[in-house]
Design a protein around this ligand. Structure first.
Ligand SMILES: Cc1ncc(COP(=O)(O)O)c(C=O)c1O
Length: 451
């Protein structure tokens, strides 16, 4: 090779590196430059079929033994063993784990939220401000108490409530704010707590996705008056269906107990009205068997989420969920990112997800429409009881405001979520597969339109 030729090749090499480096941040360069074709177009996948992810829900022998023990004991309801049964024991251990004084087991996260609304005396004619980007259980918990679920818009970068819009939505009828810690990362709690204090509102934290995550030294759920958790099968701590409330106020926790025990207090007096939302001893058995290992998996999820975020730093095509000041850890129900199609040759999110799935990496758009775009809004304003409790002007304003939540619409359009529970407890090499697959799809972005 002549000197001239070598010089030319060196120059071209440098040019390519500079051009690539301009578009792809350095942590990703090692994963880029894929020449093999997309698996969706017949190429070899990054993660071929025999490679699997840790199974979810998590199961181990200790959990099975607890269920067998409970079956044989014949103690299947918490009222058969009020202070030392599985449910009572789980409540003590769960409260201690989260640094709260008290906990109450419930039949689901939805039930936990509904109990809190009732226990705070919130009902007909009252309003609760919450997020439109959530499980319908959040909304349903407010409606079953015949209060009005007023939805505030989101910060599209964090998928959490925008505190400024929360404050705009406050009316004289507002009694509480119900922030949802989306994906298990903390909502903007500094500002939400300040708004609640200024307007004398209660805060019920929907921490159904946020178990163990911390914000400024406090676990999610223990920052507001009450915090709620879900143990539904897909959750980080799971027992099929189940939930819990945590709280630091004995009287309020007693009020929650009474509500959830069909209005019957701990002394057995039928003092008020309420549903029967009790956790049963089998659910608590599964949870008790699981508790000794939950922190280990929580740490793994954080380590892997931090690894992915570090690798994707500066990449404009996929932007990981924004964290607020004070966030120390996340629970990572999902590892979530915003898909910016302009950096993927304008390929649709569906085309991107299809290509990624073919590479062996499953992600989804998660919640397809915000709760403000679901039919319940029109249904609710036509209900005879709501027409009695709220003026026609209030219901009309509620319906109109519910349709105008552009931040939430943006989140629904851009969301790309990977289920955190099974995936984020895998190894570093598995996380590298996720990054490799993303970069392979990115390298072939001009071919995505064909999918
Ligand atoms: C944010 C959020 N809120 C509430 C719920 C309701 O919990 P559950 O399904 O246990 O009733 C869930 C569960 O999916 C959730 O993710």
């Amino acid at each position: 090779m002549t000197n001239n030729n070598r010089g030319r090749r060196q120059f071209l090499g440098q040019l390519t590196a500079v051009t690539l480096a301009g578009m792809i941040p350095s942590p990703l360069l090692a994963f880029s430059g894929n020449s093999s074709s997309l698996a969706a177009l017949g190429g070899r996948p990054v993660r071929p079929a025999p490679k699997t992810w840790p199974k979810w829900p998590y199961v181990d022998d200790r959990m099975v033994e607890e269920v067998v023990k409970t079956t044989k004991s014949g103690i299947w309801s918490r009222i058969q063993a009020r202070t030392n049964g599985n449910v009572a024991t789980f409540e003590q251990r769960f409260a201690a784990l989260l640094g709260a004084k008290y906990s109450l087991g419930t039949g689901s996260g939805t039930q936990a939220l509904a109990i809190c609304v009732a226990a705070l005396g919130i009902g007909p004619g009252d309003e609760v401000i919450t997020s439109p980007y959530t499980d319908f259980g959040t909304i349903s918990a407010i409606i079953t108490n015949r209060a009005l679920p007023v939805m505030a818009d989101l910060d599209p970068a964090s998928y959490q409530l925008d505190p400024a819009d929360v404050e705009r939505k406050i009316t004289p009828a507002t009694k509480a704010i119900m922030p949802v810690h989306m994906m298990g990362l903390p909502a903007d709690m500094d500002r939400i707590m300040a708004i609640a204090a200024k307007h004398k509102l209660k805060v019920i934290e929907d921490a159904c996705q946020g178990v163990l995550a911390t914000h400024r030294g406090r676990t999610l759920g223990s920052i507001g008056e009450l915090g709620c958790f879900s143990f539904q099968a897909s959750k980080q701590i799971a027992c099929g269906e189940g939930g819990a409330i945590i709280c630091n106020d004995a009287a309020l926790m007693d009020a929650c107990f009474t509500v959830h025990n069909h209005g019957t207090d701990k002394a057995g007096k039928h003092v008020t009205i309420g549903p029967k939302y009790r956790m049963n001893e089998f659910e608590a058995a599964v949870l008790l068997g699981q508790l000794p290992t939950v922190v280990e998996r929580f740490k793994l999820r954080n380590r892997n989420a931090d690894y992915l975020t570090e690798k994707l730093k500066g990449f404009k095509g996929l932007v990981p969920q924004k964290k607020y000041a004070g966030t120390e850890s996340g629970s990572y129900y999902n590892y979530a990112m915003s898909y910016k199609k302009e950096h993927f040759n304008n390929a649709t999110r569906a085309q991107f997800l299809k290509a990624l799935a073919a590479e062996g990496i499953a992600m989804s758009g998660y919640i397809p429409r915000g709760m403000h775009r679901e039919p319940w809004v029109d249904y609710l304003v036509e209900q005879p009881d709501y027409k009695k409790m709220y003026s026609p002007a209030r219901l009309q304003a509620f319906r109109e405001a519910a349709r105008q939540l552009p931040g939430c619409d943006q989140v629904c359009d851009e969301m790309v979520a990977m289920h955190g529970c099974g995936t984020l407890i895998a190894g570093t090499a598995d996380m590298d597969d996720v990054v490799k697959a993303i970069m392979k799809v990115y390298d072939h972005r001009d071919k995505l339109a064909a999918l």
